[in-house]
Structure formats: C-alpha cells, structure tokens
Design a protein around this ligand. Structure first.
Ligand SMILES: Nc1ncnc2c1ncn2[C@@H]1O[C@H](COP(=O)(O)OP(=O)(O)O)[C@@H](O)[C@H]1O
Ligand SMILES: O=c1ccn([C@@H]2O[C@H](COP(=O)(O)O)[C@@H](O)[C@H]2O)c(=O)[nH]1
Length: 842
C-alpha cells in the first residue's frame, strides 16, 4: 500500500492519538507520583526513608519495566502478554510500609470506605493498665481540635436511687453496669455529624452528675474503657482497636496509687473491690476481649507505639478532614478529671492547617483503569506498528533509493509515539495511589511494643524479663483465637490441586492465543472485520490469561509457604521456636526483649517440657504463613558487635554493615540445584517463546503463499508443541523460583532470630521493638524476594535477549531495526522522567 492510499488516515490517526496520549499520560504520571510522594513524606515519618527509596525504585521499575523491550516482537503475531503478568504484580506490589502499618491501614480503611465518617479508635485494657494515659497522649498529640474524646466510664448507669453505702458495693466492672446502648447511639450520631450530650460521672460518689457535656463530631473519635471490646455492637463501631496489656500486679499497684490520690479511696476499699469484682470481672470480660484488638501494647503508654499511631492517624485525619470538612480549631473546655468530654466549636473558617483535597490535581477516575488494559494496549500498539510496517502499511513499498531509511524513520516515529504513550500511561497507573499498596486480607495483625523510655520505670523492664513464659502463654492463647479455620487455611488445602488445574488452563489459553494471532495474521490479508474480531478475541483471552496467571502465582506461593510451615513444625519447637512460630503466626514481635534477656535460661524453665509439646499444637494453628520473613540488612545492623570484632581481626573492613551482592547471593548457596533446574526450564521457555512466532509466521506463509496443507499442518503441530513446552517451562521456572524465594526467606529468618537471641540484655534497652518488629515482618520479605527475583529476572532477560536478538536478525534485519529505532529515544525519555520524579521525591 502506498502512502497515499486509504490506510493513511488511519495511520495519521494513530500518530495523533498516541501523541496526545504521550503528553497527557506523561503529565498524569508526574503529577500522581509527586502527589503521592509528598503526601506520604509529610505524614508518615516512621516509614519516610523506606518509602522514599521505594518511590524511586518504583519510578524506575514502573517506567522502565514497561518500555518496549529491545528484543521486541519479531512478527505482528507476537506471543503475547503471558510472561509479563507473572512478574508484574510483584513489582507493583512491593509494600512500602511494614505489614503492621498496612494492617492498621486496612482496619482504618475498610469501615471508613463504607462510612466515610470520622475515624473511630478504641483503646481498651484492664483498669490501671494505662489506657487513659495512652489515649490522652494520642489525643494531645493529634491535636485536641481534631479528636472527640469519649470514655466509657461516662456511661456508668445512674445509681442515685441507691444510698452511697449500697452504691459503693456495686459491681462496676460488669458490662451491665454501663449504659453501652446509649454510647453506641452517641457514636453513631457523631459519625453522622451530630453533636451529642455525654453524661458526666463522679467516681468519688459513684454516681452520675446532673450535668452533661457536649461532644461534637471531629475527624477522629477516640473511645476508651475497660469493657469497650466486650460488647459486640460497640466493637462494630470501632475502626481501630487497641488493647493496652499490662500485668495484673502492675495494674493493681497503679490503681492503688491513682484511687488513693484521685478518687478518694482507702487502701482497704481498693483491695477489697479488687478481689471481689475488679479481678474476677477482668478475667471474665476484659481479658477475653483482647482478641478483638488489632494492636496490643504492653505496659501502656510507650513512645514507639505512640509514634506509630500518630503517623498513621495523622495521615488518616487528612483524608477524614477532607471528606467531612470538620475543621474545629481548639477545644473549648475539658473536664477536671481529664477524662475529657471535650467541648468544641465547629468553625470551618479556622481550619488549622488541614488541607482540603484538591480534586483538580487528581487524574480523572476513568483514566485509572489499571494494569490489565494497559497490557492489552501495549500489545495492540506493538501489533499496530508492525502491521503498518510490514502488512498493509507503507513500509518497504517504495522502489526509490534510500526509501528504507525514510520508511524506518516514519515507522520508528510512529512506534516511539505509540509505545512511549503506553509505557508512560503504564507508569501513571503503577504510581497511582490506588495501586501503591497490596492490601492483604489479614484480619488480625497484632503487634507488641515493649515499653521503653519516658514514664516506664526500670522495674517495669525487669518485670518484662521475668515474665517471658506468662507472656508466651498469653500469646499462644491469642494465636489460637486468631487462627481459627480461615479462608486462607481452606485455600491451602486446595492449593496443590488448584495449582495444577490453573497451570493446565493457562496452557490452553496460551494455545488459544496463538491460534488467535494466527487468524489475525490471515485477517491482515483478508478483511478488516476478521482482523478486529481477532483483536477482540485476543483481548478477551488476554484478560482470562492475566487472571489465571495471577491466581496461579498466588497458589504456587501459598504452596511454597505451606512447605515452609511444615518444615518449621518438623523442628519440634523449643520455647524459642515456639516464640518464633508465634511471631510467624502474625502476632507480632513476641516481646523479643524478654526472650533475648532470658536467653538460654528460657529453655530450662520448669514448664519447658509442657511448652515444647504444646508448641506443636500452636504450629498447627499458624494463621498466615506469608508472614514468614526476616531481613538480611537487619542482621548486619544487629550484628554490630560481630562486625566490630571482625574489623579488629582485620576482616570486614570493607563491609560497613551493608550487605553486598555476594552476601545476598550466598543466601542461595544451598539452592543451586534448584536454580540450575529452573535455569533449564528457563532455557526451554525462552526457546519456546522464540519459536512460537517463528512457526506462526511459517503457518501464515503456508496459507498465504499456498505452499500446501502439509507445510501448514507441520507448522501448526510445531506451534502447539512450542506453546505447550513454553507454558510448562514457564510455570515450572516461576514455581521453582518462588520456592527458592521461600527458602531464602526462611534462611534469613533463622539467621535473624539466632542473631536476636544472642544479643545482650542491653541491646533490647536501646533497640526499638517497633524497628525489630518491622524487620521481622516486612523487611526480610523484601530482601528474600529481591534475591530470588533478581536471579530469576537476570537469567531470564539474558537468555531471552540473546536468543531473540539472534533470531530477529536472522529473520529480518529491517523489521529488527524498526523494533530498535525507538529504543534510544525512549531510554532518554525514561531517564528524564525518572530524574524529574526523583527530584519530586527528595
Ligand atoms: N507506661 C506507664 N508506666 C508507668 N506508669 C504508668 C504508665 N501508664 C500509666 N501509668 C500510671 O498508671 C496509673 C493508671 O493509669 P491510667 O492511664 O489512668 O490507667 P487506666 O485508664 O487504664 O485505668 C496512672 O497513675 C499512670 O500515671
Ligand atoms: O463508680 C465507680 C465506677 C467505676 N469504678 C471503677 O473504675 C474502674 C474503671 O476505670 P479505669 O479508669 O478504667 O480504671 C473500674 O474497674 C471500676 O471498678 C469505681 O470504682 N466506681
């Protein structure tokens, strides 16, 4: 077809549209990246550094990962997207925060999405546990003007009909002593944006006061009380549930101090009340309600826990403020006890620095349609350029000298515009805030932070170190309650068979896609209707393929972790391993401080035998095996003493506590047999991938040039064989690398754990438990994944690049040049884009 023929308007339209897409998506990508980055920088100090690094990484990988490969498709009938989705979700899905904060976020987000009202946060714990102190610290730090602070104590029922002597004998620790229904009603009203009249209570007279106190809706509703998790309807109103978990002796001591000083009680009456009602009710109602908690904080107020909450809540409040437009400035009044039913003025004009979300800066919602359509678009863009180049298009149709160069320029430009447009659009999706986090459906992800710093006496710390076993037992109870049969466990059971079934489906889809592409090739020379029909069919198959592969990957992972779990169970845990397993089960850091402090002694406890036996039972109850992960980097950090020792011995002087590539690779030393096997499959898959388009082309040639049925049949048989081999090899390669990743994770975890328990007691006084928690829960996964993923990527890319390059140039050097002509420009553009974004990040 000549340039002047009817295909030209279509080509021009492509050029125009892709140009527009380039400009628009480029801008959208930049603005969304900058917006998301700034938002987190400003409000999430605990994860700031990590996030920033991830941002840059995501920018680079987000953009570069989707640039047209230098070894792009050889023929218009490209073997499609099947390889990409396997890798892509992992890249996009890199968590930028620890699972702890992620879990918090989930709990924050889930109810709020349906409500979009204020954020409700409940702080429960036994009497004297320190919940008021913690809640007030939150209240003050968040800014009084943003929080409606309510205490369950205000809702003690009116007992004025009883004489004082009778009243003081009442059981104030039973749920029936409180008018919880009224509290629920008030919470709902506050969520609707209404002001409520909160009763006031006097602990000295054990009675309700006549006056009430106005509480107005704020972006955060903070509720505190011993029994707030004991009532289902109340629990349902709370988005984040925190339990302050303090040992009973400490609680009693604190209560004595407080009640003597603040509530006018005698020592005798306090002890009497404690024995008769407080203690039994605590055991019956308060302690079991702990299982409702999302977060458990031992010993009360501590800076780590407070910081974590603040960073999360402050970020959340921005959202809440922008949604509800409630911007009070300052509390009008607080009550005397500090159990502050605060009075506020609602004054939108005094908005105290909270920003209203600027709708104009966000990309239109229709644009954020996700990765899958982008993949299809990418595929289509590639096909179109090759179609224009070699099919009905205008390339290589001139006889004039120099026409090839001219054609290459035009088609190259078209290719640049199309592919760049799609690549940048991809980038924009990858960086869109909605896609930045992987939200795992984990219900309970409690963590423990050890009380350190201000407000905690050394005796408290000592106390922790002497109660390891008790702590372990209570953790085990939590683990049990949190790990009742869950969908995850059911999925594990079907995991293996599902993996196989999905693998088979995936092969069929692969073959069907090849067939479609074959038909598309025929369609080029026949009718446009056939062409578009095949495009549509291919798109549908692409979607199914994408979904199947994603699920497939998940099952393979689950299977790998299941094996890991079994391996752990086989270890027949000592106390250490039991604690480790509890960590794995999603119950947090398991008071690492106390474990470390106890060291070897912990294993020699009188109850050791019993614990060992029961730990196996715990193993059975592990909830979420995907939490199995620890960190290499942290090992380096934790082993400072060893590093120093190394240095004095003349070793490790070059290694300044950072993991080198060699260190990281050494983690896979024991897996080389698996990696070699994976490499063999990788070769098989790469050869298959290269041969698929080759035989597809041969089949088309056989039809178009009427070479005969025999040639066509041969090509088809080869095609199907290649697809089957390629599919099988790809699946096996991916599966093996996933298993390698799981093994590496386990290795890192073991190392980290061993490293932790070797630390001196002093280490746990300085190392923040929050940091350790984050190392244990998220960083290790990152390191482990990176090791296995990088080997996988490196080997695959190498084999594919070399193989495809050779094949391409053998087939057609002209079309190969078309594929490459756009690469330098795109690389330059990507550099410019990445640079711009890095500047936005730092
Ligand atoms: N982390 C802590 N370390 C030491 N003492 C604390 C801590 N948290 C609270 N306290 C003290 O314990 C007492 C009871 O605390 P409070 O917060 O009123 O407990 P609750 O509201 O759970 O009954 C107070 O005197 C308080 O100063
Ligand atoms: O009239 C009353 C009402 C309650 N109590 C005791 O108070 C605590 C709850 O308050 P915290 O601030 O959480 O400690 C509860 O254990 C009741 O026993 C009371 O003594 N008299």
């Amino acid at each position: 077809m000549s340039p002047g023929s009817s295909a030209k308007p279509l080509e021009l339209l492509f050029v125009f549209l892709s140009g527009a897409a380039v400009a628009w998506s480029f801008l959208a990508g930049r603005s969304s990246s900058r917006r998301a980055t700034h938002k987190r920088k400003a409000h999430d100090p605990t994860c700031r550094q990590e996030d920033e690094e991830d941002d840059v990484q995501e920018v680079k990988s987000g953009f570069l990962a989707y640039l047209p490969s230098p070894v792009g498709p050889l023929l218009p009938l490209r073997h499609g997207v099947s390889a990409t989705p396997l890798e892509e979700p992992q890249g996009l899905g890199k968590e930028t925060m620890g699972p702890l904060l992620e879990s918090l976020e989930q709990h924050v987000k889930a109810p709020r999405q349906s409500n979009s009202g204020p954020l409700t946060l409940g702080v429960a714990g036994g009497s004297g546990s320190g919940k008021t102190t913690f809640a007030r610290a939150l209240y003050e730090a968040l800014g009084e003007e943003h929080v409606t602070y309510i205490t369950h104590d205000s809702y003690y029922k009116d007992l004025s009909h009883l004489p004082f002597d009778e009243r003081k004998k009442s059981n104030f620790d039973h749920p029936n002593a409180l008018d919880t229904a009224l509290l629920v009603e008030h919470l709902r009203a506050l969520k609707r944006g209404q002001t409520v009249e909160v009763p006031e209570y006097d602990f000295a007279t054990h009675n309700r006061l006549k006056r009430t106190c106005k509480a107005e809706p704020r972006p955060v509703i903070l509720l505190e009380g011993i029994l707030i998790f004991a009532d289902r309807s109340l629990v349902q109103e709370l988005a984040i549930k925190v339990f302050v978990d303090t040992e009973s002796d400490l609680r009693l001591i604190r209560r004595i101090h407080r009640d003597v000083k603040e509530r006018g009680r005698s020592l005798e009456s306090i002890v009497d009340q404690y024995v008769k009602t407080v203690r039994p009710m605590h055991l019956e109602f308060v302690e079991p309600s702990k299982r409702e908690a999302d977060v458990i904080i031992p010993l009360g107020m501590n800076q780590v826990a407070l910081d974590m909450f603040l960073s999360r809540l402050q970020a959340e409040m921005k959202g809440a403020a922008s949604q509800t437009s409630i911007f009070p400035d300052k509390p009008e009044e607080r009550d005397k006890t500090g159990h502050a039913q605060t009075r506020y003025k609602t004054d939108p004009s005094r908005s105290s620095g909270l920003k209203i979300k600027d709708g104009s800066s966000s990309p239109p919602s229709w644009f954020q349609f996700g990765t899958l359509p982008s993949l299809l678009l990418f595929d289509a863009a590639i096909m179109v350029t090759f179609w224009v180049a070699s099919g009905d298009g205008f390339l290589f149709s001139y006889d004039a000298p120099g026409s090839v160069i001219w054609d290459l320029c035009i088609v190259g430009l078209l290719r640049i515009l199309l592919l760049l447009g799609v690549a940048i659009a991809f980038d924009a999706f990858a960086l869109s805030p909605q896609r930045r986090r992987v939200r795992r459906p984990v219900k309970t992800d409690s963590f423990l932070t050890r009380a350190t710093g201000a407000g905690v006496s050394p005796s408290n710390t000592a106390h922790v170190t002497t109660t390891t076993v008790a702590r372990y037992l209570s953790l085990r109870e939590e683990a049990k309650s949190a790990t009742q049969p869950s969908p995850i466990r059911r999925m594990e059971r079907v995991g293996r068979s599902a993996t196989l079934v999905l693998t088979l489906i995936s092969y069929f889809i692969l073959m069907a896609k090849c067939l479609m592409r074959l038909l598309m090739g025929i369609g080029f020379s026949d009718s446009m209707a056939c062409f578009w029909g095949c495009v549509a069919a291919s798109a549908i198959l692409g979607c199914v393929d994408y979904i199947v592969l994603k699920r497939h990957l998940r099952y393979v992972k689950r299977w790998a972790y299941q094996r890991h779990r079994e391996a752990l169970v086989r270890k027949k845990g000592t106390l250490r391993e039991s604690l480790l397993l509890s960590t794995v089960s999603g119950n947090g850091s398991v008071c690492l401080g106390s474990e470390g402090a106890e060291g070897e002694g912990a294993e020699r406890t009188a109850g050791g035998e019993e614990l060992e036996d029961e730990s196996e039972e715990d193993c059975e109850d592990l909830k979420e095996a995907a939490h199995l992960s620890e960190v290499w980097a942290s090992l380096r950090g934790l082993d400072d003493a060893e590093a120093a020792e190394d240095a004095t011995r003349g070793r490790g002087s070059k290694d300044k506590g950072h993991a080198t590539y060699k260190d990281l690779l050494s983690l896979t030393r024991d897996d080389w047999h698996l990696i070699s096997l994976a490499f063999a499959f990788l070769l098989g898959a790469a050869i298959g991938q290269v041969l698929i388009p080759h035989y597809t082309g041969k089949a088309i040639d056989a039809i178009v040039s009427e070479e005969g049925a025999a040639a066509f049949q041969h090509a088809m048989v080869m095609l199907v064989l290649c697809a089957a081999v390629c599919g099988a090899c790809t699946g096996l390669r991916g599966g093996i690398f996933t298993i390698v990743g799981a093994r590496v994770n386990r290795r890192i975890r073991d190392m980290l754990f061993q490293s932790l328990i070797r630390q001196e007691v002093g280490f746990f006084d300085t190392a923040k438990t929050g940091d350790l928690s984050s190392r244990l829960s998220s960083d290790c996964t990152k390191v482990g994944d990176q090791v296995s993923l990088n080997i996988n990527f490196f080997l695959r890319s190498l084999v594919q690049a070399v193989g495809t390059l050779i094949f391409m140039f053998i087939q057609s050097w002209k079309l190969s040049l078309v594929a490459f002509v756009s690469v330098p420009v795109i690389v330059i553009m990507s550099k410019v884009s990445s640079k711009g974004r890095e500047e936005a990040v730092f």
